[in-house]
Ligand binder design. Structure first.
Ligand SMILES: C[S@@+](CC[C@H](N)C(=O)[O-])C[C@H]1O[C@@H](n2cnc3c(N)ncnc32)[C@H](O)[C@@H]1O
Length: 332
């Protein structure tokens, strides 16, 4: 009897290649794969028209190339500037400041922080396409006299007009050690849609091939989808490693960088080729690299010029590595 294979390379190149990810590349191989010429042409056309419309409403970008456009400025102001232009994007992936005094934020009184988040989330909702979605990554903050590590989703989950589909637990493994409580090892992703019934969700593109009993049958039929199982609402992705001799090539100098594998899963699930992906708190632009490497387009806002500079250097190395992989890929 031939045993069935789950997620063969033929069926699911994304997951197959993701398992080969070596931290010696600036990105997982699934993002470095060369894009179709037709997709690249279409993307340049759409990017030119996006740039023209952005210039009219919010001025010159800090950088724009190969489907990746970055503005250096305050996201709320830039979003307000965009309102009248009629621009829409399909997917927002973001992690805002958590109001905990990190080097890139000015902590606000809690009520002001919640109001500020509600303002920018409301503007994003207005500029999201009908089948679009919003993925919000947040951690914990202290609420004086109430709680030490209060999950930010408890404070923000209903503070925008988006419809909350679910919460995903991102378990990242290593982290700081606590002595008088349990060491924190997860953050959350809130997955929202603009329309509760009609939203992009490409489950087959993110199926998990790690199936325990792929040959199990019921009534003569295989129980499990040949592409693999639904990856569930608990995701295990390590943080990007840092430190002498351990640092991944993916690592930049940004202190809160997303692992590309996490954002790639979101991009592939919640957008289609050539769609526009937005991050109002772009940092090192991980969402931008995951978007462009998957044949989507990206628009990012980032308030700190040094992070913009770092993100552009990162994107250029990504393009260089993508070209190198493309040169090594046989045509037939
Ligand atoms: C949690 S980090 C995002 C990191 C990003 N996901 C990555 O992979 O690198 C939040 C980012 O928001 C930026 N930021 C803070 N306030 C901002 C504002 N008002 N407008 C735009 N960006 C802001 C910070 O400088 C920081 O880079």
């Amino acid at each position: 009897m031939t045993l069935r294979k789950i997620a063969s390379t033929h069926h699911n190149r994304f997951l197959q290649e993701r398992t080969n990810h070596k931290p010696t590349h600036v990105a997982p191989l699934s993002l470095l794969r060369p894009l179709d010429d037709e997709i690249q042409n279409q993307r340049s056309l759409r990017q030119s028209s996006l740039e023209a419309s952005l210039r009219k409403s919010i001025g010159e970008p800090y950088f724009s190339d190969s489907g990746f456009t970055l503005y250096n400025g305050d996201s709320l102001k830039l979003l307000e500037g965009l309102l009248a232009g009629g621009l829409q994007w399909d997917l927002t992936i973001t992690s805002p400041p958590y109001n905990i005094g990190k080097e890139y934020e000015q902590p606000l009184p809690l009520e002001d922080y919640i109001r500020w988040c509600s303002n920018w989330m409301g503007l994003i909702h207005r500029m999201t396409s009908n089948q679009g979605s919003f993925w919000l990554n947040v951690g914990y903050l202290e609420v004086p006299a109430k709680g030490l590590s209060v999950p930010i989703p408890y404070l923000l989950w209903d503070k925008s007009p988006f419809y909350l589909l679910q919460e995903i637990v991102w378990a990242y493994g290593a982290g700081v050690s606590s002595r008088r409580r349990l060491s924190p090892r997860n953050e959350k992703w809130l997955f929202y849609a603009k329309d509760s019934q009609n939203y992009t969700f490409n489950l087959d593109d993110i199926r998990d091939p790690n199936v325990k009993y792929p040959n199990q049958k019921k009534d003569g039929k295989f129980r499990c989808n040949p592409l693999g199982k639904n990856p569930s609402d608990v995701w295990e992705f390590p943080k990007v490693t840092t430190g002498k001799d351990r640092s991944s090539k993916e690592r930049t100098g940004h202190p809160a960088q997303f692992p590309l594998a996490v954002v790639e899963r979101i991009v592939r699930a919640s957008s289609n080729t050539l769609d526009l992906v937005f991050d109002p708190f772009a940092g090192s632009c991980s969402a931008g690299i995951a978007a462009c490497g998957s044949g989507r387009r990206f628009l990012g806002f980032e308030i700190r010029e040094d992070y913009c500079e770092l993100a552009v250097i990162r994107f250029k190395s990504f393009l260089t590595e993508q070209r190198a992989v493309s040169d090594q890929t046989p045509l037939f």
